[in-house]
Design a protein around this ligand. Structure first.
Ligand code: PAF
Length: 280
Protein backbone atom coordinates (compact mmCIF):
# COMPACT_ATOMS: atom_id res chain seq x y z
CA UNK A 1 0.00 0.00 0.00
CA UNK A 2 1.29 3.46 -0.88
CA UNK A 3 0.89 6.72 1.06
CA UNK A 4 0.57 10.03 -0.81
CA UNK A 5 0.94 13.30 1.06
CA UNK A 6 0.50 15.65 -1.89
CA UNK A 7 -2.08 15.98 -4.67
CA UNK A 8 0.66 15.53 -7.25
CA UNK A 9 1.82 12.22 -5.68
CA UNK A 10 -1.81 11.11 -5.50
CA UNK A 11 -2.39 11.91 -9.19
CA UNK A 12 0.68 9.96 -10.29
CA UNK A 13 -0.51 6.80 -8.54
CA UNK A 14 -4.13 7.24 -9.67
CA UNK A 15 -2.98 7.75 -13.27
CA UNK A 16 -1.23 4.39 -13.39
CA UNK A 17 -4.19 2.64 -11.72
CA UNK A 18 -6.48 4.17 -14.35
CA UNK A 19 -4.11 3.20 -17.18
CA UNK A 20 -4.28 -0.36 -15.87
CA UNK A 21 -8.06 -0.13 -16.33
CA UNK A 22 -8.89 -0.18 -12.64
CA UNK A 23 -12.09 1.25 -11.18
CA UNK A 24 -11.20 3.62 -8.34
CA UNK A 25 -13.01 3.51 -5.00
CA UNK A 26 -12.72 6.27 -2.40
CA UNK A 27 -13.31 6.09 1.36
CA UNK A 28 -13.11 9.65 2.74
CA UNK A 29 -12.24 9.76 6.47
CA UNK A 30 -10.88 12.09 9.09
CA UNK A 31 -8.70 9.29 10.48
CA UNK A 32 -8.79 7.81 13.98
CA UNK A 33 -10.07 4.74 12.20
CA UNK A 34 -12.29 2.20 13.95
CA UNK A 35 -14.04 -0.99 12.86
CA UNK A 36 -16.71 1.09 11.09
CA UNK A 37 -14.12 2.68 8.79
CA UNK A 38 -12.45 -0.67 8.15
CA UNK A 39 -15.80 -2.04 7.08
CA UNK A 40 -16.13 0.89 4.62
CA UNK A 41 -12.70 0.02 3.19
CA UNK A 42 -13.64 -3.63 2.78
CA UNK A 43 -16.89 -2.56 1.07
CA UNK A 44 -14.89 -0.29 -1.27
CA UNK A 45 -12.69 -3.29 -2.09
CA UNK A 46 -15.80 -5.21 -3.20
CA UNK A 47 -17.11 -2.26 -5.24
CA UNK A 48 -13.89 -1.24 -7.03
CA UNK A 49 -10.43 -2.45 -8.04
CA UNK A 50 -8.24 0.19 -6.42
CA UNK A 51 -9.16 1.64 -3.03
CA UNK A 52 -8.04 5.08 -1.90
CA UNK A 53 -8.58 6.08 1.74
CA UNK A 54 -8.28 9.79 2.44
CA UNK A 55 -7.27 10.82 5.95
CA UNK A 56 -7.76 14.52 6.52
CA UNK A 57 -9.17 16.34 9.54
CA UNK A 58 -11.04 18.96 7.57
CA UNK A 59 -10.94 22.34 9.33
CA UNK A 60 -13.79 23.89 7.32
CA UNK A 61 -16.41 21.51 8.73
CA UNK A 62 -15.74 22.40 12.36
CA UNK A 63 -17.38 25.38 14.05
CA UNK A 64 -15.27 27.80 16.12
CA UNK A 65 -16.26 26.14 19.43
CA UNK A 66 -16.01 22.56 18.19
CA UNK A 67 -13.35 19.89 18.66
CA UNK A 68 -11.07 20.52 15.64
CA UNK A 69 -7.92 20.98 17.73
CA UNK A 70 -8.57 18.01 20.00
CA UNK A 71 -9.92 15.70 17.26
CA UNK A 72 -7.83 12.50 17.66
CA UNK A 73 -5.03 12.18 15.11
CA UNK A 74 -3.61 8.64 14.86
CA UNK A 75 -2.05 8.56 11.38
CA UNK A 76 0.54 5.80 12.00
CA UNK A 77 -2.06 3.37 13.38
CA UNK A 78 -4.55 4.42 10.67
CA UNK A 79 -2.06 3.57 7.90
CA UNK A 80 -1.57 0.09 9.37
CA UNK A 81 -5.36 -0.37 9.62
CA UNK A 82 -5.87 0.71 6.00
CA UNK A 83 -3.22 -1.75 4.77
CA UNK A 84 -4.77 -4.59 6.77
CA UNK A 85 -8.25 -3.79 5.46
CA UNK A 86 -6.97 -3.97 1.87
CA UNK A 87 -6.59 -0.30 0.84
CA UNK A 88 -4.24 0.37 -2.07
CA UNK A 89 -3.42 3.99 -1.31
CA UNK A 90 -3.75 6.37 1.64
CA UNK A 91 -4.04 10.04 0.77
CA UNK A 92 -3.10 12.09 3.83
CA UNK A 93 -2.51 15.71 2.82
CA UNK A 94 -1.52 18.49 5.22
CA UNK A 95 -3.97 21.37 5.71
CA UNK A 96 -1.67 23.68 3.72
CA UNK A 97 -1.53 21.20 0.85
CA UNK A 98 -5.30 20.84 0.64
CA UNK A 99 -6.27 24.43 1.46
CA UNK A 100 -3.40 26.56 0.17
CA UNK A 101 -3.32 30.17 1.36
CA UNK A 102 -6.04 32.17 -0.34
CA UNK A 103 -8.41 29.21 -0.96
CA UNK A 104 -11.91 30.67 -0.63
CA UNK A 105 -14.42 28.56 -2.59
CA UNK A 106 -17.17 26.90 -0.57
CA UNK A 107 -20.04 24.71 -1.77
CA UNK A 108 -23.51 25.37 -0.36
CA UNK A 109 -25.87 22.48 -0.98
CA UNK A 110 -29.29 23.88 -0.03
CA UNK A 111 -32.28 22.72 2.00
CA UNK A 112 -31.09 19.14 2.61
CA UNK A 113 -28.27 20.66 4.69
CA UNK A 114 -30.40 23.09 6.67
CA UNK A 115 -32.31 21.04 9.28
CA UNK A 116 -31.03 18.61 11.95
CA UNK A 117 -27.24 18.98 12.27
CA UNK A 118 -27.37 21.90 9.83
CA UNK A 119 -29.32 23.89 12.40
CA UNK A 120 -26.92 23.17 15.23
CA UNK A 121 -23.66 23.23 13.27
CA UNK A 122 -23.85 26.26 10.95
CA UNK A 123 -21.41 25.92 8.06
CA UNK A 124 -20.69 22.25 8.82
CA UNK A 125 -22.16 20.82 5.63
CA UNK A 126 -20.63 23.57 3.55
CA UNK A 127 -17.24 22.36 4.81
CA UNK A 128 -18.14 18.71 4.20
CA UNK A 129 -19.48 19.31 0.67
CA UNK A 130 -16.44 21.40 -0.23
CA UNK A 131 -13.85 18.90 0.97
CA UNK A 132 -15.69 15.94 -0.56
CA UNK A 133 -15.92 17.76 -3.92
CA UNK A 134 -12.18 18.48 -3.70
CA UNK A 135 -11.51 14.80 -2.93
CA UNK A 136 -13.68 13.71 -5.86
CA UNK A 137 -11.67 15.99 -8.16
CA UNK A 138 -8.31 14.98 -6.74
CA UNK A 139 -8.97 11.22 -6.69
CA UNK A 140 -11.22 11.00 -9.79
CA UNK A 141 -13.00 8.08 -8.15
CA UNK A 142 -15.74 6.01 -9.75
CA UNK A 143 -17.38 5.09 -6.48
CA UNK A 144 -17.27 6.55 -2.96
CA UNK A 145 -18.42 4.91 0.27
CA UNK A 146 -19.86 6.77 3.26
CA UNK A 147 -21.25 5.47 6.54
CA UNK A 148 -25.02 5.66 7.10
CA UNK A 149 -24.37 6.78 10.66
CA UNK A 150 -23.88 10.25 9.16
CA UNK A 151 -27.22 10.04 7.37
CA UNK A 152 -27.63 13.75 6.65
CA UNK A 153 -24.06 13.96 5.39
CA UNK A 154 -24.86 11.10 3.00
CA UNK A 155 -27.97 12.93 1.74
CA UNK A 156 -25.97 16.17 1.31
CA UNK A 157 -23.25 14.36 -0.65
CA UNK A 158 -25.78 12.58 -2.86
CA UNK A 159 -27.40 15.95 -3.65
CA UNK A 160 -24.06 17.64 -4.32
CA UNK A 161 -22.90 14.76 -6.54
CA UNK A 162 -26.10 15.02 -8.61
CA UNK A 163 -26.09 18.80 -8.80
CA UNK A 164 -22.42 19.10 -9.79
CA UNK A 165 -22.58 16.13 -12.22
CA UNK A 166 -19.80 14.14 -10.58
CA UNK A 167 -19.54 10.76 -12.33
CA UNK A 168 -19.30 9.08 -8.92
CA UNK A 169 -21.55 6.33 -7.57
CA UNK A 170 -22.33 7.06 -3.91
CA UNK A 171 -22.79 4.09 -1.61
CA UNK A 172 -24.20 4.36 1.92
CA UNK A 173 -22.79 1.59 4.09
CA UNK A 174 -24.52 0.19 7.19
CA UNK A 175 -23.66 1.59 10.62
CA UNK A 176 -21.26 -0.58 12.58
CA UNK A 177 -21.99 -0.69 16.33
CA UNK A 178 -20.15 -1.33 19.57
CA UNK A 179 -21.21 -4.56 21.29
CA UNK A 180 -23.62 -2.52 23.45
CA UNK A 181 -25.37 -1.11 20.36
CA UNK A 182 -23.84 2.40 20.38
CA UNK A 183 -22.88 3.51 16.85
CA UNK A 184 -19.12 3.46 16.32
CA UNK A 185 -17.58 6.90 16.05
CA UNK A 186 -14.11 8.35 16.45
CA UNK A 187 -15.67 10.61 19.08
CA UNK A 188 -16.57 7.58 21.26
CA UNK A 189 -12.95 7.86 22.43
CA UNK A 190 -13.98 10.92 24.40
CA UNK A 191 -16.51 8.84 26.43
CA UNK A 192 -15.79 7.27 29.82
CA UNK A 193 -16.95 3.64 30.28
CA UNK A 194 -19.91 5.03 32.28
CA UNK A 195 -20.83 7.42 29.46
CA UNK A 196 -20.53 4.64 26.88
CA UNK A 197 -23.13 2.77 28.91
CA UNK A 198 -25.35 5.88 29.20
CA UNK A 199 -25.13 6.32 25.42
CA UNK A 200 -27.02 3.03 24.92
CA UNK A 201 -30.25 5.01 25.45
CA UNK A 202 -29.73 6.40 21.92
CA UNK A 203 -29.92 3.06 20.04
CA UNK A 204 -32.66 2.02 22.50
CA UNK A 205 -34.69 5.10 21.51
CA UNK A 206 -34.20 4.32 17.82
CA UNK A 207 -35.24 0.71 18.39
CA UNK A 208 -38.39 1.81 20.25
CA UNK A 209 -39.46 4.07 17.36
CA UNK A 210 -38.64 1.39 14.81
CA UNK A 211 -40.64 -1.23 16.72
CA UNK A 212 -43.65 1.11 16.91
CA UNK A 213 -43.34 1.90 13.22
CA UNK A 214 -43.35 -1.84 12.46
CA UNK A 215 -46.78 -2.12 14.14
CA UNK A 216 -48.12 0.13 11.38
CA UNK A 217 -48.00 3.48 13.19
CA UNK A 218 -47.13 6.22 10.69
CA UNK A 219 -47.85 9.32 12.80
CA UNK A 220 -44.43 10.98 13.16
CA UNK A 221 -45.40 12.70 16.44
CA UNK A 222 -46.08 9.31 18.06
CA UNK A 223 -42.89 7.76 16.73
CA UNK A 224 -40.87 10.77 17.86
CA UNK A 225 -42.52 10.74 21.27
CA UNK A 226 -41.68 7.12 22.04
CA UNK A 227 -38.02 7.78 21.18
CA UNK A 228 -37.91 11.04 23.16
CA UNK A 229 -39.26 9.22 26.23
CA UNK A 230 -36.40 6.69 26.10
CA UNK A 231 -33.84 9.49 25.70
CA UNK A 232 -35.39 11.39 28.63
CA UNK A 233 -35.00 8.28 30.82
CA UNK A 234 -31.22 8.85 30.69
CA UNK A 235 -30.66 12.26 32.30
CA UNK A 236 -26.99 12.39 31.24
CA UNK A 237 -28.13 12.77 27.62
CA UNK A 238 -28.94 16.31 26.52
CA UNK A 239 -30.85 15.97 23.24
CA UNK A 240 -30.41 18.48 20.42
CA UNK A 241 -32.95 16.87 18.14
CA UNK A 242 -34.97 13.70 17.75
CA UNK A 243 -36.92 13.91 14.48
CA UNK A 244 -38.64 11.78 11.90
CA UNK A 245 -37.37 12.95 8.51
CA UNK A 246 -37.73 12.12 4.83
CA UNK A 247 -34.68 10.19 3.68
CA UNK A 248 -33.89 12.40 0.72
CA UNK A 249 -34.99 15.79 2.07
CA UNK A 250 -33.74 15.41 5.66
CA UNK A 251 -36.75 17.51 6.63
CA UNK A 252 -39.21 16.56 9.39
CA UNK A 253 -42.39 14.85 8.15
CA UNK A 254 -45.86 14.59 9.72
CA UNK A 255 -46.33 10.99 8.61
CA UNK A 256 -44.13 8.18 7.36
CA UNK A 257 -46.91 6.83 5.12
CA UNK A 258 -45.82 6.33 1.52
CA UNK A 259 -42.31 7.68 1.87
CA UNK A 260 -38.88 6.50 2.91
CA UNK A 261 -38.13 7.95 6.34
CA UNK A 262 -35.65 7.74 9.17
CA UNK A 263 -35.51 8.73 12.78
CA UNK A 264 -32.46 10.87 13.51
CA UNK A 265 -31.11 11.79 16.95
CA UNK A 266 -28.33 14.09 18.18
CA UNK A 267 -27.45 14.37 21.87
CA UNK A 268 -24.71 15.80 24.00
CA UNK A 269 -23.21 13.49 26.57
CA UNK A 270 -20.91 15.61 28.69
CA UNK A 271 -18.95 17.59 26.11
CA UNK A 272 -19.28 14.92 23.41
CA UNK A 273 -21.87 15.22 20.67
CA UNK A 274 -23.30 11.92 19.44
CA UNK A 275 -25.54 11.28 16.44
CA UNK A 276 -27.36 8.16 15.32
CA UNK A 277 -30.34 7.16 13.18
CA UNK A 278 -32.47 4.27 12.02
CA UNK A 279 -34.36 3.76 8.79
CA UNK A 280 -38.09 3.28 9.37
O1 PAF B 1 -17.51 11.62 7.74
C1 PAF B 1 -16.37 12.13 7.83
O2 PAF B 1 -15.45 11.57 8.41
C2 PAF B 1 -16.12 13.49 7.19
O3 PAF B 1 -17.22 14.32 7.33
C3 PAF B 1 -15.68 13.40 5.73
C4 PAF B 1 -16.75 12.80 4.83
C5 PAF B 1 -14.41 12.56 5.61
C6 PAF B 1 -15.37 14.79 5.19
O4 PAF B 1 -14.34 15.40 5.90
Amino acid sequence: MEVAKTISELRTVIKSARQAGKAIGLVPTMGCLHAGHLSLIRRAKRESDFVVVSIFVNPTQFGPNEDFSKYPRTLEADIIGCAEAGADLVFAPTTDEFYPAGASTLITVGSVAEKLCGEFRPGHFQGVATVVAMLFHAVQCDVAIFGQKDLQQLAVIRQMTRDLCFPVRIIGHETIRETNGVAMSSRNRYLSPEQLEQATAIPAALAAAKALSKTGITDAARLREVARTVIASQPALKPQYCEIVGLETMTPVASTAGQRCAIAIACHLGSTRLIDNALL
